[in-house]
Design a protein around this ligand. Structure first.
Ligand SMILES: [Zn+2]
Length: 303
């Protein structure tokens, strides 16, 4: 029987995967279309991407369900497919490991709006959407749930509660920070700093505190955030930094840090005590392969 994720990370750092959205575009998904629907319409393309991550050495793969909540899917008229599409997401990620032990992390992204009183979404609707998605992912056999790219504690708490209630074996809360204009620090769009986020997630019953994406959050900023998390909580830390800083090229945001550039940050992140290391926007199977090599070498040196 496979070692549970939370037990495995006590022994070694696990490697996550890289970006999904950009890989889906490369595979033919058009901007603005529903990538999650591909779990049902083009499962072989989703599988091919995740197989590349598995082959690159990922220990954990996130399901292609970032926008798989009812509220997100409604925008694409796929809200009748919540259960099927999340289930398929877990099954495809599992298949990518081709029988080898690997961890499927059910991915829940933001619902894509603001709740009352700042916006026009009812908290009860958001809660119901997260509950539904988390249940579908856990029932399909996800080893963990990640609530990622979060900027507000209110939304994050609904996601964590949903994962807990669904009986997720491991719950990961992940925030997206933006580096401040003067470059001195980083906080989420809603003004949350890493210390407050980590304390809050622990209080809410998360098992792992994480960060992903954001603006300006490269490997070094991720290291700083990991240290700030570790200063206030004993919970394990996961990071998924972007491939460098965003640049505007032909009216499109691109992240172009190469695997060679990004991999220089792996050792320092491991020394900072990170338990799961993956990557976000702009990263590719080549980045993950470079991470694998660096992590294996780092582990050998530590022996
Ligand atoms: Zn990202």
């Amino acid at each position: 029987m496979k070692t549970p994720l939370l037990e495995a990370i006590r022994k070694r750092t696990l490697l996550g995967d890289g970006a999904m959205g950009t890989q889906l575009m490369l595979a033919g998904l058009e901007q603005g279309n529903c990538g999650e629907a591909w779990n049902l319409t083009h499962p072989e393309r989703v599988l091919a991407i995740q197989q590349r991550y598995a082959a690159a050495g990922s220990d954990c793969i996130l399901t292609n369900t970032f926008g798989g909540s009812r509220i997100m899917l409604r925008r694409h008229h796929h809200d009748g497919d919540v259960e099927a599409l999340n289930r398929a997401g877990v099954e495809i990620a599992r298949q990518a490991f081709a029988g080898r032990d690997g961890y499927v992390i059910g991915d829940i992204g933001p619902f894509g709006g603001l709740m009352e009183p700042y916006g026009d979404f009812l908290e009860s609707d958001v809660r119901a959407a997260f509950d539904e998605q988390a249940a579908a992912l856990v029932n399909a056999g996800a080893d963990a749930i990640i609530i990622e790219t979060q900027t507000s504690l209110e939304e994050l708490s609904l996601g964590i509660a949903a994962a807990r209630q669904a009986g997720a074996p491991c719950v990961i809360g992940s925030l997206a920070y933006d580096v401040t204009l003067d470059g001195s620090t980083f906080r989420t769009m809603m003004g949350i700093d890493p210390e407050r986020a980590a304390a809050f997630m622990e209080e809410q019953g998360a098992d792992i505190v994480a960060l992903n994406c954001g603006t300006g959050m490269d490997m070094e900023r991720a290291r700083q955030a990991a240290l700030r998390y570790r200063a206030v909580t004993s919970l394990p830390v996961m990071v998924q930094p972007n491939a460098g800083l965003p640049k505007l090229v032909r009216m499109k945001v691109v992240y172009d840090e190469t695997p060679e550039q990004m991999v220089a940050g792996v050792g320092p992140l491991l020394d900072a005590g990170v338990s799961i290391l993956g990557a976000c926007c702009g990263s590719t199977p080549d980045h993950i392969r470079a991470f694998r090599k660096a992590m294996d070498e780092h582990e050998k040196q530590a022996l």
